[in-house]
Write a protein that binds this ligand. Structure first.
Ligand code: GCB
Length: 609
C-alpha cells in the first residue's frame, strides 16, 4: 500500500515536472509580434552562465549575480568585472538550427544562450500576453527581463509562458538557455539515425489575447454521426465561467450559441447538412469562427471521418489505400532544420509529384505549417513522437516526458483533418516494460482524441523460426488500429532478390501499412543492380519489394524510407554517404533518383484502381 502511494506520488511529481502551462493553439491566426530574426548568442559548454564556481545554479539564488547570463548585465563602470556581453556577441537567425549557421557549431551538442531585445506596446489595455515558442531543441530555460519564466523539455512541440504585466514598453530582453545534449533518459534517447540539430528551431512570437480568451478547442465531425460536429471550446480568464460563445460557419449557414460551464468549457454539438467531406481528392476546408466576448478566433477546418473495418482503412465511408512516403523535417535543397512554410510546401509538393496521398512525418512532430498545408493540399498524415529505439522504459520521468510531447502535439493538431494516425513509437523492442510504456501512451492518446487511429512502427519477425516466412508477433499489435512495421529485406537483410523468396503470414485482421522499407543510393552513382549505393540497386530493391508486399492480403498502404536524403552522423562512408543517410528518392540537392519513378508508377496504378 505504502509502496503504491510512493509510486503514485513519484509519477505525479514527474508529470508536474513536464506539464507546461496550458498551450495556446492556432497562434498563426492571432495578432502577434514576431521575435524571429537575429538573436545574440554565447556558446557555453561549461554552463558558466548558469552555475557559479561551486556549481550552484544562479537562478536558484534569491538575488541572482550579474554573472548569470540571463541577467544580460552590462558593465556599469570600467572597474566592474563582467565576463560576458550579449550585445557584443555574434548572432544566429531564429528560427533555425545553430549547426548549419556557423561551421564551428556543426557538431556542437551542449548549452548555448540566446538573447533578444525588443520593445513592446500592448494593443489594448487589459489584454494578456504570452511568449510562444514553436519548438526549441531540446531543453529550454526561458527568462524575461532577468526573471525566470520556466522550462520546457522536448525538441519538437510548442510551449508558452504568460508574460502579462511583465513587459515594458521599451528595452525588454528574453534570454533562452538551450541545451541539446543527448541523454539516456531523454525522448529521443542517445541513439538516433538523424541529426541532433540544436537551437530555437521554430518561430518565436509574443501573442496578445483578450483578458478572457479561447484557450483550446476541438471542432470535428462526430466519428459516429457524419451529420454532426462535436468537440469542446475552453476559455481561459476570470470571465471564463458561464460565458456565451458563438460558433459561426458561414458556408454551412451555421451560427450556434453555446455556454461554458463553471470551469470555462463548453461542449460543442452542432447538426450539419450538406457537408463537403474533406478528402485528398477534395480537401475542402470551412472557415470556422469562434467568438467569446472580446476574443475572436478563426480557423480553417476540414470535416471527415476515419475508421477501420476489418483490414480496411475507411475515410468518409470509403476504403482508402495510403500511397505514402516518410519525411524528416529537413529542408529540401540543403541539410538544415526546416521551419518555413515555403520549405514545407516544397516537401509536400515533392510527395504529391510522387503520387502520394499520405505522408509519415518521421520521427517527431514537424512544424505546424506542414499540417496546415497537408490540410490544404489534401494529404493524409501520420504524426509521431520521438519514442525511438531504446527508450529508458522504466524511468517515470521518461514516460512523463513522452506523454507530455504527445499531449502537446495532439493539442496543437487535433483540428487538422489531414492527421489520421497518431504513432506512439518507432522500432522499439518488444519488452514487458516497453509494452507497459506504449500501452499507457496509447490509452492517453485515445482519451485525448478518440477520433483518430493509433499505430506504431513495429518490427517483423520470423514465423515459427522460419527466416523466409515473416510475421508480426509484437503484443502491441493487439493495441493498435493500424498494423505497421518497418522491414528492410534486401538491404539490412539479404539482397533484393530475397524478396522473391519471402512470404508473409500476418494473422491479425487489421489494416497493414508498411511504415518503412528502402535502400541507400547516391544520386548520379550508376552501376549494376548488385552494387550497393548505386541508383540501380535502390531501383531494383523498390521493384522487388513492391512485388513482395503486394502479396500481403491486408496491405492498405505504405510509406517507404524516405522522401529526401537527410543528415545523420551514423552514416560516414566517404564518397557515398559523407554524413548523409542516402535512402531518399530525392537527393539532398533535390535530384530525383531512379527508384522515384518505380514508386511513382506503382502509386499511379493504385490511384487508378
Ligand atoms: C529505420 C529507422 C530509420 C532509419 C532507417 C535506416 O528502421 O526507423 O530512422 O533511418 O531505418 O535508414 O536505417
Amino acid at each position: 500500500m505504502y509502496k503504491k502511494f510512493i509510486l503514485t506520488y513519484l509519477l505525479l511529481q514527474s508529470i508536474a515536472l513536464f506539464a507546461q502551462q496550458n498551450l495556446l493553439v492556432n497562434v498563426y491566426s492571432r495578432p502577434v509580434q514576431s521575435l524571429n530574426g537575429k538573436w545574440n548568442y554565447i556558446v557555453d559548454p561549461y554552463e558558466n552562465g548558469y552555475y557559479n564556481y561551486r556549481y550552484e545554479p544562479f537562478d536558484k539564488q534569491e538575488k541572482p549575480s550579474k554573472s548569470a547570463f540571463f541577467m544580460n548585465a552590462k558593465q556599469e563602470d570600467k572597474t566592474e568585472l563582467l565576463e560576458y556581453n550579449f550585445d557584443k556577441s555574434p548572432t544566429l537567425n531564429v528560427p533555425g538550427d545553430w549547426n548549419t549557421q556557423t561551421d564551428s557549431l556543426f557538431f556542437y551538442e551542449g548549452t548555448l544562450w540566446y538573447k533578444k531585445s525588443f520593445d513592446y506596446v500592448s494593443k489594448k489595455e487589459g489584454n494578456r500576453a504570452f511568449l510562444y515558442f514553436g519548438a526549441v531543441n531540446y531543453h529550454a530555460d526561458v527568462y524575461l527581463n532577468g526573471k525566470k519564466l520556466g522550462t520546457h523539455t522536448g525538441g519538437f512541440t510548442p510551449f508558452n509562458f504568460e508574460v502579462t504585466g511583465k513587459l515594458k514598453d521599451k528595452d525588454n530582453f528574453v534570454v533562452v538557455k538551450v541545451d541539446n545534449k543527448r541523454c539516456k533518459e531523454c525522448v529521443p534517447t542517445l541513439n538516433t539515425d538523424w541529426f541532433n540539430y540544436g537551437g530555437i528551431t521554430r518561430d518565436v512570437q509574443l501573442v496578445e489575447v483578450a483578458a478572457t480568451f479561447i484557450r483550446e478547442y476541438e471542432i470535428q465531425l462526430n466519428p459516429k454521426n457524419n451529420k454532426q460536429l462535436t468537440g469542446f471550446i475552453k476559455l481561459d480568464g476570470q470571465a471564463a465561467a458561464n460565458k456565451k460563445i458563438t460558433v459561426t460557419i458561414p458556408e454551412l449557414k451555421i451560427k450556434k450559441q453555446i455556454t461554458t460551464d463553471g470551469d470555462g468549457t463548453a461542449q460543442v454539438t452542432i447538426d450539419v447538412k450538406n457537408v463537403k467531406y474533406w478528402s485528398p481528392e477534395n480537401p475542402h476546408l470551412y472557415n470556422v469562427l469562434i467568438t467569446a466576448g472580446d476574443d475572436v478566433l478563426s480557423d480553417k477546418i476540414g470535416f471527415r471521418t476515419i475508421t477501420t473495418k476489418g483490414h480496411n482503412i475507411v475515410l468518409n465511408g470509403k476504403n482508402v489505400f495510403l500511397r505514402g512516403i516518410c519525411i524528416h523535417e529537413e529542408s529540401p535543397n540543403n541539410g538544415k532544420r526546416v521551419s518555413t512554410i515555403e520549405d514545407a510546401r516544397t516537401l509536400l509538393t515533392w510527395a504529391k509529384d510522387l503520387g502520394c496521398n499520405y505522408v509519415r512525418l518521421a520521427h517527431y512532430p514537424h512544424n505546424e505549417h506542414m499540417l496546415r498545408l497537408a490540410d490544404e493540399m489534401g494529404i493524409l498524415v501520420w504524426e509521431e513522437i520521438p519514442v525511438y529505439w531504446t527508450i529508458d522504459w522504466k524511468n517515470a520521468d521518461t514516460y512523463a516526458n513522452a506523454e507530455n510531447q504527445l499531449t502537446e502535439v495532439i493539442t496543437r493538431d487535433r483540428n487538422r483533418a489531414s492527421v489520421i494516425i497518431w504513432s506512439m513509437a518507432n522500432e522499439t523492442p518488444s519488452l514487458p516494460e516497453r509494452n507497459t510504456f506504449l500501452g499507457k501512451l496509447a490509452k492517453h492518446s485515445r482519451s485525448m482524441d478518440p477520433t483518430r487511429l493509433i499505430s506504431a512502427a513495429m518490427e517483423q519477425s520470423n514465423y515459427e523460426g522460419n527466416p523466409l516466412v515473416k510475421t508480426i508477433d509484437d503484443p502491441f499489435a493487439d493495441v493498435v488500429d493500424v498494423l505497421s512495421f518497418n522491414q528492410y529485406i534486401g538491404w539490412y537483410d539479404g539482397l533484393p532478390e530475397k524478396c522473391n523468396e519471402v512470404t508473409w503470414k500476418i494473422t491479425q485482421d487489421k489494416p497493414v501499412v508498411i511504415s518503412e522499407f528502402g535502400a541507400d543510393a547516391k544520386a548520379g552513382y550508376h552501376a549494376d543492380k548488385l552494387t550497393r549505393f548505386s541508383e540501380e540497386y535502390q531501383e531494383d530493391l523498390y521493384v522487388q519489394t513492391l512485388k513482395m508486399l503486394s502479396k500481403i492480403e491486408q496491405l492498405q498502404g505504405l510509406s517507404p524510407w524516405i522522401l529526401k536524403d537527410f543528415r545523420s552522423p551514423r552514416r560516414q562512408l566517404p564518397g557515398l554517404q559523407d554524413g548523409w543517410n542516402r535512402k531518399g528518392l530525392y537527393s539532398d540537392k533535390g535530384e530525383k533518383k531512379k527508384a522515384f519513378y518505380i514508386l511513382k508508377a506503382f502509386y499511379d496504378a493504385k490511384a487508378k484502381q
